[in-house]
Design a protein around this ligand. Structure first.
Ligand SMILES: O=C(O)c1ccccc1NCC(=O)[C@H](O)[C@H](O)COP(=O)(O)O
Length: 262
């Protein structure tokens, strides 16, 4: 069984358990549920740099990346660096994240926040809104076309932006629909962990221009972004390159300065 299948099996158990413990109505009472969201896609469209910086402690492909950084320091650091948004892994088992991480980031910065999760149930979208997320990730590899439609329409009804992630042409064809804001090409094969920026280059022409194009994973240099920009990419999701350093915020600041040619 590949890692993605394992993650989904564990996620179903986790969500089913939570549903028994915390009724959805409880989330709808939380203050953030009724609050205005910030649009990540609009920020990316207007930006010359387009960096979405991620908070990731560990991952299945790399094990421990950074187990000492505090999410509040990183959120403030990323905001001061001038990134367009912050992506926060909320999965605990495989990424060492939590919903608390997202809530702490929400209390410490005004950046659009992307809930990076393996979403397989509407419940997680309600949760995302209730903890202060502005955008959600949907992964085509683990969802049917009907689920992508159902989940993205629910997210839009809550004013959440939707980033739909694909890794190949079949996933892209099944996913294109008006309820998405951003189309992300993941350069990492989530089943084998192989990474290649060529995936973004090859699939870019198949993404209609109505969507903000985002290239995800394996981006570790300004040159990589310069290579991807001519293919129409406006967003660049970067995790490990910042998180592996002692000061992810400072590392993002230097990266953005270099990218902007300052
Ligand atoms: O990062 C992994 O090993 C991974 C494994 C299985 C499923 C998802 C995984 N990562 C999620 C991501 O998409 C990345 O964290 C994100 O794109 C940033 O990637 P990077 O800049 O390479 O850290």
């Amino acid at each position: 069984m590949n890692i993605l299948d394992k993650i989904v099996i564990d996620k179903r158990k986790e969500v089913n358990l939570k549903k028994e413990l915390i009724p959805i109505k409880a989330y709808e009472q939380l203050p953030y549920f009724g609050m205005k969201t910030r649009s990540l896609s609009e920020k990316l469209r207007a930006s010359q740099t387009g960096v979405i910086a991620e908070f990731k402690r560990k991952s299945p492909s790399k094990s421990i990346i950074n187990d000492t950084a505090l999410v509040e320091d990183v959120a403030i650091g990323y905001e001061n660096a001038g990134v367009c948004g912050m992506s926060i892994l909320t999965d605990e088992i495989y990424f060492g994240g939590s919903m608390d991480d997202l809530m702490i980031a929400r209390e410490n910065c005004e950046l659009p926040l992307l809930r990076k999760e393996f979403i397989i149930d509407e419940y997680q979208i309600i949760e995302a809104k209730a903890i202060g997320a502005d955008a959600i990730l949907l992964i085509a590899a683990i969802l049917t076309k009907a689920e992508i439609k159902q989940f993205s329409e629910l997210a839009k009804s809550l004013n959440l932006d939707v980033l739909l992630e694909v890794h190949n042409e079949d996933e892209l064809h099944k996913s294109i629909m008006p309820s998405l804001d951003m189309l992300g090409i993941n350069n990492r094969n989530l089943k084998t962990f192989e990474v290649s920026l060529d995936i973004s280059k090859q699939l870019s022409a198949l993404i209609p221009n109505d969507f903000v194009k985002v290239s995800e994973s394996g981006i570790s240099s300004v040159n990589a972004i310069k290579e991807l920009q001519p293919y129409g990419y406006k967003g660049f999701l970067i995790g490990e390159n910042f998180m592996k350093t002692d000061n992810p915020g400072a590392s993002a600041a230097q990266f953005i300065k270099d990218l902007a040619g300052l």
